[in-house]
Write a protein that binds this ligand. Structure first.
Ligand code: ACO
Length: 401
């Protein structure tokens, strides 16, 4: 039902749908998702095929511009992004102002918003060229900010990229100053990270993407809108879940590895504890990304020769929960974040950085959705409410309260 038509015709019907569980906020041609059947497609291409055959930047192009790029388009896109991959030195001063204990997502959100001050023209996106310029700028600068947020958190000196490298390799170089004694550029790692970023690249109108579209609908700039999305992604019920999953698995490990107790806790309605990485607002049978990433996690650990007891706990916990009536009856399955943290751990990425990695992956989706919203000239997002507060009351003087 087109609610806007319904409202006009009947003059004044509004719907109440807390959490927008059954409300479409827009028409979109970017990502198709069938939660019942576990289908996810970007611009018509299946996530399974893209994760297997494509590269992250190619998928970014697909999401943002609607088609897979030709070789020439891909090369130009890559080179345009590389040309913008420098961040103003003064942004470092802002970074310096953060305490080392600051969460990388807070740092990332602030620095992304701050980019507007250093690129004021990025706000005016009236022409296609202006829009393109803003898009390649954020794609170029964002990995630098993510790497800097990591190096700040680790107390390491800031790093610079190497334009001869691919997008994912360059990001790893900036993170770890590769090659170094501790960490070499490993193709298994590059492949796994490429896959993870593709799997996270878009997920239609999720909480952070809706935030980007809503903020952008006021014609706030792209960088400010993305910054709002980063803040929304931060929470443990959304992007923060990957951090919460590993923290939960580590807690179980330290508690002796008995996951049964935690399954019982999750089932107890008097206990606020939830099994992190279980359940999804839209996928009600399985998360197709989880199936792909589960295999990838096993590959990475095997290739890198890592024996991670946390993965054993994850395997056992998932098996047990999947056969439990509570989880079965509510269609609660492991989601992508149940396994992504295991890969990030294997790559040597610290837990507080997990959600920032998710943000790096989601960036093309945020951009694509923002661009679609602007090109279609969507109206400012402004939901209504059902007011349930007090009726008119006379003001009470302070002495009488
Ligand atoms: N552990 C235990 N019980 C759960 C869990 C869980 N992880 N998730 C849902 N339930 C239960 C609820 O208690 C509720 O039970 P009830 O019907 O007896 O009241 C039922 O399942 C339905 O749950 P809702 O909260 O209504 O489902 P909703 O669609 O609103 O929430 C969400 C989805 C937020 C993902 C939820 O499943 C959750 O909190 N999961 C854990 C956090 C998580 O992994 N988030 C990552 C999401 S994926 C992503 O952002 C990439």
């Amino acid at each position: 039902i087109d609610i806007s038509t319904l409202r006009t015709v009947t003059s004044g019907i509004t719907t109440l749908d807390a959490g927008f569980k059954n409300t479409s906020s827009c028409k979109s041609a970017i990502t198709f998702l069938d939660g019942e059947k576990g289908i996810l497609r970007y611009r018509g291409y299946s996530i399974e095929e893209l994760a297997e055959k494509s590269e992250f930047l190619e998928v970014a192009y697909l999401l943002i511009f609607g088609e897979l790029p030709t070789k020439e388009q891909n090369a130009k896109f890559h080179s345009d992004i590389q040309k913008t991959a420098l961040v103003d030195e003064d942004v470092k001063k802002i970074l310096d102002g953060f305490p080392k204990s600051a969460h990388p997502m807070g740092v990332l959100s602030a620095l992304t918003s701050a980019l507007t001050a250093f690129n004021p023209k990025s706000v005016n996106v009236d022409s296609e060229e202006d829009m393109y310029r803003a898009i390649v700028k954020i794609l170029g600068k964002f990995p630098v900010l993510v790497a800097w947020a990591y190096r700040k958190e680790e107390g390491l000196p800031l790093s610079y990229g190497d334009n001869s490298l691919g997008y994912v390799e360059n990001f790893l170089k900036m993170m770890f100053e590769l090659p170094n004694e501790k960490y070499k550029m490993n193709q298994t790692v590059v492949k796994a990270l490429n896959k993870l970023l593709i799997l996270h690249a878009d997920h239609e109108q999720n909480c952070s993407t809706s935030t980007v579209r809503i903020a952008g609908s006021s014609h706030a700039g792209l960088f400010a809108s993305i910054s709002a999305g980063i803040s929304a992604l931060w929470g443990p019920l959304h992007g923060g879940a990957n951090q919460a999953v590993i923290e939960m698995l580590e807690e179980i490990k330290e508690d002796g590895g008995g996951y049964q107790k935690y399954i019982e806790k999750a089932k107890d309605k008097n206990d606020p504890f939830r099994l992190m990485g279980f359940g999804h607002r839209v996928y009600k049978n399985f998360d197709p990304r989880a199936n792909i990433i589960k295999v990838s996690a096993e590959e990475v650990l095997n290739d890198l020769g890592i024996d991670d007891p946390v993965l054993d706990i994850a395997r056992g916990l998932a098996k047990e929960a999947l056969s439990d009536e509570y989880f079965k009856s509510r269609n609660l399955y492991p989601n992508v974040d149940f396994y992504s943290g295991i890969i990030y751990r294997a790559l040597g990425i610290p837990v507080p950085m997990f959600t920032a990695m998710f943000a790096l992956g989601r960036l093309p989706g945020w951009i694509a959705q923002w661009k679609e919203m602007r090109i279609k000239k969507e109206p400012i997002s402004r939901p209504r409410q059902l007011y349930i507060g007090a009726t008119l009351r006379p003001f009470v003087e302070e002495s009488k309260r």
